[in-house]
Design a protein around this ligand. Structure first.
Ligand code: SF4
Length: 433
């Protein structure tokens, strides 16, 4: 006999779709409704418990040996309290409640707290801090936007329901005919699957987004353009600028193609400035395409607890903000961290070589539902409940709207939430630090 749980929030990407239906049979997820392929796999495959490690483990002579949770927590507290400069990193795939406990633990340790935004959208954060930002919610996009621009991102693959749920296809209050009421423009270095369905595709040379943004701004201010800029003919740039000016409500969604190509934060500064210029003509907004489901929450929680969104150093007993010095890559590449705790992320899968090399050399603890490459190189691995399936809590959507994650079922016996494990480590550390 099956039953359906409705309005479940998908804990995978920054869209945080909250209309997922789960078809349950004998307390197992058998099928999903409204999900994309990624979400379906996340919900339906999580029960493959033969791959799931349910006991904490500590390395003995290079091999993991199962231990009790109390033992793992005690050893983790020892490593962290013996460290002069511990790095507490990750946080993008867990709840705000866990992140809050992580901030308190970092402060207690006098450590460095960083989250995964330091390797994806930190240029967006720095640019927003520099020039401000004209933004909106995804609800406003759905109900009002008649021009959708994806710049340096490919939601057809990375955020599969973004177009259907929030931006291009849905029927909104002022966009009653859905995609027939909207223009879709893609700016990218190659013709992606999103670009294939766009009304206009602008192919920019790699690493020349800054030049193209400048050219659009120049044209909007009445300046002349050369024959081509960044590989784009002047006629195309003028057409793009006119489409922008003529829209009633435009939005630029941008991704790592803009944040991580040459120019980095100056690209975002320029994109935000273009949007500000466009507001002399019409209503225009801009929004980063956040990846992990609660990376936006990691920035919010860090901000409301410390005033700073990431790369926060508590070594002097108060929070100091120093991106480029206290970010994960710098702390590890410069060999400044002498211990690490990684929570709800897998930096070993994407850190540059020198940083990864140092992470291998220092004692580290990983708290994660799965045995990831990062967990494999750690000294201690503590399995935790899956947020949004086995643990409830709060997460922030890419537009800054907080959404309550549901708990669908209990985790396997003995497995705690990230929040509870961090609370235990914090309590143990208090007596040692
Ligand atoms: S688009 Fe993202 S949040 Fe929405 S169902 Fe797919 S993976 Fe989940």
């Amino acid at each position: 006999m099956s039953k359906t749980i409705n309005d479940v929030v998908c804990p995978y990407c920054g869209c945080l779709c909250d209309d997922i239906g789960l078809v349950m049979e004998e307390n197992k997820i058998k099928d999903t409704i409204n999900s994309c392929k990624i979400s379906h796999t996340k919900f339906c495959d999580y029960m493959k418990s033969e791959e799931r490690i349910t006991e904490p483990m500590i390395k003995e002579n290079g091999e993991f040996e199962p231990v009790s949770l109390e033992e793992a927590v005690e050893k983790a507290a020892d490593i962290l309290s013996d460290s002069d400069s511990p790095l507490l990193y990750g946080w993008s795939s867990t709840t705000c409640e866990s992140q809050e406990t992580g901030v308190a633990l970092s402060e207690l340790l006098g450590g460095v707290l960083d989250n995964t935004s330091s390797v994806c959208h930190d240029p967006s954060i720095l640019a927003e801090q520099g020039v401000g930002v004209s933004t909106c919610t995804l609800g406003q996009v759905k109900n009002r936007a008649d021009l959708i621009i994806y710049w340096g991102c490919n939601p057809a693959h990375a955020h599969p329901r973004h177009l259907s749920r929030y931006s291009f296809y849905p029927r909104g209050f002022f966009t009653r005919s859905g995609e027939r009421d909207r223009n879709l423009v893609v700016v990218d270095i190659r013709k992606t699957d999103t670009a294939k369905i766009a009304d206009k595709f602008v192919q920019v040379n790699p690493n020349q987004d800054y030049e193209l943004l400048n050219a659009v701004r120049t044209y909007l201010k009445g300046g002349d353009l050369p024959e081509k800029v960044a590989g784009v003919p002047a006629e195309d740039i003028k057409e793009l600028a006119e489409i922008m000016k003529e829209s009633k409500f435009g939005v630029v969604f941008f991704g790592l193609g803009l944040t991580m190509s040459d120019g980095k934060l100056t690209n975002i500064d320029n994109a935000i400035s273009l949007v500000r210029d466009l507001n002399d003509h019409t209503k225009f907004t801009i929004m980063p395409m956040r990846g992990h489901f609660n990376v936006a929450g990691a920035n919010k929680v860090s901000c409301w607890e410390t005033r700073f969104p990431y790369a926060v150093d508590f070594a002097r007993g108060y929070p100091r903000y120093s991106p480029g010095e206290n970010s994960v890559v710098d702390m590890l590449s410069n060999k400044e961290a002498d211990a690490a705790m990684i929570v709800a992320s897998d930096p070993a899968a994407n850190l540059p070589g020198p940083a990864l090399e140092h992470l291998r050399e220092i004692p580290s603890i990983t708290i994660d539902p799965h045995m990831t490459p990062t967990a494999e190189l750690s000294e201690i691995y503590i399995p935790s409940a899956i947020s949004g399936i086995e643990a409830e809590g709060t997460a922030y959507r890419m537009d800054g709207v907080p959404i309550k994650l549901k708990k669908i079922m209990d985790p396997p016996e003995g497995i705690m939430t990230d929040e509870k494990i961090l609370e235990m480590v914090k309590e143990k550390t208090k007596g040692k630090k």
